[in-house]
Write a protein that binds this ligand. Structure first.
Ligand code: HEM
Length: 294
């Protein structure tokens, strides 16, 4: 089964704590050396690892379907690209475990990769965004998740996945100052019941992102986690797909590039990072990088 080839954390139950880490490559090092550090330094039991196009460009091979995250802009807001060589999303049952795992990863990768950015994340109120809305309701059921998230065939490709990762910063004070009905119309669901609001405005987030309204359906598995640091807070948005196209098409519609209507999310939240990553399969408890080797 293709699921057996995937990084197991892709389908594990959502962890209480996480940490999202972004690395650049020490470019003086050969690609092969970097891969050695990667393969020995990362333990798939600790979380998810994704490779960005800058790292793939160190090799003569290509990962079909992997590209660099595009910077976009909409009316009054920007959607930046902060594409890095490497991303890891580590999980843990408490902060100590996350600390130990990230500490170990950072030092094991240090000869080849430089930590550029990291963010601790947590599960809020049983799986809600910090606005108080349930996040993940329209995720595919577990039995369908592998076919949505995983590449089904190809040497070194079967069992891999493509991730869209974006950090959003919320202006919660502004959001909370809005009447409950206005809040519900921004999301397109009723906060108290989690019911979808059929006559929500076209700018409502779930209208913009309705997976079945795309042709073909733009399905993805979302595993976002909230974050809060130094008086700021928001969502570390993370989604997985067998290709990057569903994320790309939904984001473009959210920005307003399809029909001029931008997502009401932008009225209280802004993306400050954006990257695309290929999450390789695993073999014998190590990430399988044969897709990158010559
Ligand atoms: C501030 C950032 C975001 C927040 C707070 C947020 C929150 C939510 C919430 C509360 C829902 C409704 C419940 C659910 O089905 O999960 C939802 C649905 C969804 N979101 Fe987001 N989201 C954000 C960004 C994004 C981005 C960047 C994408 C993809 C490019 C996205 C894709 C989706 C999809 C596909 C759905 C399900 C739509 C459907 O088929 O009904 N979201 N989001």
């Amino acid at each position: 089964m293709v699921k057996d080839l995937a990084q197991p954390a892709l389908f594990s139950s959502p962890p209480p704590y996480g940490q999202s880490l972004f690395f650049s490559l020490r470019t003086e090092l050969s690609g092969e050396k970097a891969l050695e550090h990667l393969s020995s330094g990362f333990d798939p039991a600790t979380g998810i690892l994704g490779i960005g196009e800058p790292l793939v460009r160190k090799f003569s091979k290509q990962v079909p379907g992997l590209r660099t995250f595009p910077a976009l802009s909409g009316p009054g807001f920007s959607v930046p690209s902060t594409q890095k060589s490497l991303w890891a999303f580590l999980y843990g049952s408490d902060r100590s475990e996350v600390f130990n795992r990230s500490d170990h990863l950072i030092s094991s990768l240090a000869p080849a990769f430089l930590l550029e950015d990291s963010m601790e994340t947590f599960t809020y109120a049983g799986g809600k965004d910090l606005t108080g809305y349930e996040d993940g309701t329209e995720n595919p059921p577990p039995r369908e998740s592998p076919s949505v998230a995983l590449v089904s065939e190809g040497k070194g490709m079967a069992g891999s996945s493509f991730a869209g990762v974006q950090r959003w910063v919320h202006d919660l004070e502004h959001f909370r100052s809005l009447p409950p009905k206005t809040q519900d119309h921004i999301i397109g669901r009723e906060k108290s019941s989690n019911e979808e609001i059929p006559d929500a405005p076209a700018s409502a987030h779930v209208k913009r992102s309705a997976q079945e309204s795309f042709s073909p359906a733009a399905t993805m598995v979302r595993r976002s986690m909230p974050w809060s640091r130094g008086g700021q807070q928001g969502l570390e948005f993370v989604s997985f797909g067998r290709s990057l196209d569903p994320f790309d098409r939904i984001l473009r519609r959210m920005v307003g590039l399809e029909d001029g209507i931008s997502d009401a999310l932008f009225t209280f939240s802004q993306p400050v990072s954006g990257g695309y990553y290929w999450c390789p399969p695993v073999r014998e408890n190590r990430i399988d990088l044969s897709g990158l080797e010559g």
